[in-house]
Design a protein around this ligand. Structure first.
Ligand SMILES: Nc1ncnc2c1ncn2[C@@H]1O[C@H](COP(=O)(O)OP(=O)(O)OP(=O)(O)O)[C@@H](O)[C@H]1O
Length: 683
């Protein structure tokens, strides 16, 4: 609907449209709130479900004070075809986070995910997509204060991003991650709107928007395939709690409240993890060969029947010879079905054999007789010995604590050194008392899936995917066997001993070998000077990867200060104070072993600080971040403490340099490196 006309003042027109859109949104919300469900619900369960849906709809229709109702406008040359137009009939569309319509049902704001909104992200002067003009709006504290137009019909004009777009991208950050819906770039939009059927893998340098793209893709898929995904579910997997906390506001801000978030450890939490593996042990446990070891070990519990089965019914005895039982067992073993499913099928097979005999003897047994035979004590006893029930944790415990059992099933797969590596130092007596590690839990998950199929979700987003072991990829993969995935990562940021060196390999472990691989190289976080400084590490940590470019060229963003060892802490505090004088969030990143000393120094200096995952606010803007938790996070200003200590806290040089690369690429506006030991890059 066109804005109310106020001649010659376009900004006033736009404000008028904003205010009437707000009124319309309020009316939509009031409509939902006033729904009377008494007459339409037959029972209390339906009523509860419906009430819950209504509550969610009301929440989704909230007019959030700090998120403008629309951020852009498209003026089409022609009315888009009725088939793709959410708002057919008009040729001007306001693009926002959610759909708003007036009392007649005419659209006032179009959801950014609707097909008609797509040119807002993709149209260019070269390919205007029938758009005459794209307008972006600028807001100050919820007030519409500016706009900026691009005339897409002028093919000769220059394509530089405008001032509003630049300032939106470069806005300082405080608090958790925010959505980028107003400024998604064309190369990002292609990934966001990729079809639900295929898995997409994104390799991207630090700050190229991988996480942002993954989250917006979830929101897009939920819009385009709402019913399907409501049934099957969606899940975002991140590296740790503080990361999940950092991103958890993005989807709700986009109106999506039903997306689960978890770490890989959460997914496989079958046992309590109370110990840590050595790197060498974890590498072996995370290797895909372990899947075959587990499969063999599980199936080794199946034994061939030595005795015939005798079932007594009334006055008659029915006998199935051992060789016939063995045939059934072999046939089930040869079939590609889960251990548990085969175990359930076996009694019915045996009962069927008994029934055949009854029929041959002239009886006319029906299905109920077959069921009764299948449940008879004699058949149960055969199944119990031949195809025993297996507890996945007990199976893994036995493999890891019984050298002979392991050797038998790892034969030809793991060599003697590898077997010795994964055996528990002190064999545990029970699943409860075992000192399980994170990698053990993944093995248990694999075993559990060999026994009973893990339910699959509709779509899984896997962030920081480079750090997963092959066995972890398998654990994630089985949660999207019938769905698709978005895999996000950066090979240069792999800091686990098992980090992947190749996406095709990782995708094969995930069970999505055919996935499309995209690369993002335009950086939105790290200023040019800092990213090129950090990129000097690339040849050592990930040869072959392209250096990222940057949309930010804030000069003076990098400072490197060399100090005497005794002056290190004081210099770090100085750098923190200087950063606190600026606007935005501050991350003091340091090697794990340096954290206690720095915590003490900050407290003594009267500088309050937060832990990663705690929300920054205007009053509390400094976070003390162990380098091991910095991945995926960002701060306006970063103070990096003693890089050499970050290196020496890691088991090997490559991991150390990669950890340093991660730490160097967290800053949005400025980075100060303070070092007493020689700086690793200088060598
Ligand atoms: N199109 C965009 N417009 C505005 N900001 C953007 C855009 N794309 C990314 N950003 C911002 O850039 C920053 C980095 O994005 P993000 O964290 O998604 O990058 P990443 O590739 O996942 O980085 P890392 O490899 O460090 O995890 C975020 O603040 C994000 O909001």
């Amino acid at each position: 609907m066109p804005a109310q006309q106020v001649p010659n003042d376009p900004l006033e027109n736009e404000r008028a449209h904003l205010s009437s859109s707000r009124t319309a949104l309020r009316a939509m919300r009031a409509d939902v709130e006033s729904l009377d469900i008494k007459d339409v619900t037959a029972n209390w369960v339906n009523a509860a479900v419906l009430r819950n849906q209504i509550e969610q709809r009301v929440t989704a229709l909230a007019d959030l004070a700090h998120t403008p109702l629309f951020f852009g406008r498209l003026d089409y040359l022609h009315a888009p075809g009725a088939d793709r137009a959410e708002g057919a009939g008009g040729e001007r569309f306001y693009i926002g986070r959610r759909h708003v319509h007036d009392a007649d049902g005419d659209p006032m704001v179009i959801d950014w995910r609707a097909p008609v909104s797509q040119p807002f992200y993709r149209a260019s002067k070269k390919e205007p997509m029938d758009v005459r003009m794209r307008r972006r709006f600028g807001y100050t504290g919820g007030e519409l204060t500016a706009y900026e137009d691009e005339d897409l019909t002028d093919a000769a004009g220059d394509e530089q991003p405008g001032r509003l777009l630049r300032s939106e991208i470069e806005r300082p950050r405080v608090g958790p991650m925010r959505d980028i819906v107003a400024t998604i770039q064309p190369e990002q939009d292609e990934i966001v709107r990729a079809g639900i059927g295929g898995t997409v893998c994104v390799q991207g340098a630090p700050g190229t928007g991988k996480t942002a793209v993954g989250l917006h893709r979830v929101a897009y898929l939920l819009y385009a395939h709402r019913e399907r995904l409501a049934r099957t579910g969606t899940l975002v997997i991140g590296p740790n709690r503080s990361f999940l906390h950092y991103i958890e506001q993005v989807l709700p801000a986009l109106g999506e409240l039903n997306v689960a978030q978890a770490t890989v450890d959460d997914l496989v939490a079958h046992v309590e993890v109370r110990a840590a593996d050595t790197a060498a042990a974890a590498v072996v446990k995370g290797d895909a060969r372990m899947a075959e070891v587990l499969r063999r070990a599980l199936r080794s519990g199946v034994t061939m029947p030595a005795e015939p089965l005798v079932v007594v019914r009334g006055s008659r005895r029915w006998r199935v010879p051992a060789y016939e039982l063995e045939e059934m067992v072999r046939e089930l073993l040869a079939r590609d079905i889960r251990y548990g499913a085969a175990r359930e099928a076996l009694p019915q097979r045996i009962a069927h054999a008994v029934l055949v005999r009854m029929e041959e003897a002239g009886e006319a047994p029906d299905d109920r007789v077959q069921d009764a035979v299948a449940r008879s004590a004699a058949v149960k006893a055969v199944v119990k010995t031949v195809w025993p029930q297996v507890d996945p944790a007990k199976l893994v415990l036995r493999l890891l604590s019984d050298a002979e059992f392991l050797a038998e099933h790892a034969e030809g797969l793991l060599d003697a050194r590898e077997q010795a590596e994964i055996l528990m130092p002190k064999p545990a007596r029970s699943v409860k008392s075992a000192r399980w590690t994170a990698a053990d839990a993944v093995l248990i998950d694999e075993a559990a899936d060999l026994i009973a199929r893990t339910p699959s979700l509709g779509h899984v987003v896997l962030d920081e995917a480079q750090d997963l072991s092959p066995m972890q990829y398998r654990a994630v993969g089985r949660r999207c066997t019938t769905g698709s995935a978005t895999v996000l990562g950066d090979l240069a940021q792999g800091t686990t001993p098992w980090a992947t060196n190749s996406w095709p390999e990782a995708l094969a472990h995930l069970g999505k070998a055919g996935a499309q691989i995209e690369e993002l190289t335009r950086g939105f976080r790290v200023p040019r000077e800092i990213i090129s400084y950090a990129s000097r590490l690339l040849p050592s940590i990930a040869p072959g990867l392209a250096e990222a470019t940057s949309v930010r060229d804030s000069a003076g963003s990098l400072r490197v200060r060399a100090v005497e060892p005794e002056a290190l802490d004081a210099a770090v505090l100085d750098a923190c104070r200087a950063a606190l004088a600026e606007e935005g969030s501050i991350g003091l990143i340091a090697a794990e072993p340096r954290i206690p000393a720095l915590a003490e120094a900050l407290t003594a200096a009267g500088l309050p600080y937060l832990s990663p995952g705690e929300e920054t606010s205007a009053e509390s803007r400094l976070t003390l971040v162990p380098a091991t938790l910095a991945k995926g996070l960002e701060y306006d200003y970063v103070v990096l403490d003693e890089p050499a200590a970050i290196l020496s806290a890691e088991p090997d040089e490559r991991t150390g340099l990669r950890r340093l690369y991660v730490a160097l690429t967290r800053a949005v506006s400025g980075l100060t490196v303070v070092h007493a030991a020689p700086f690793p890059l200088a060598r």
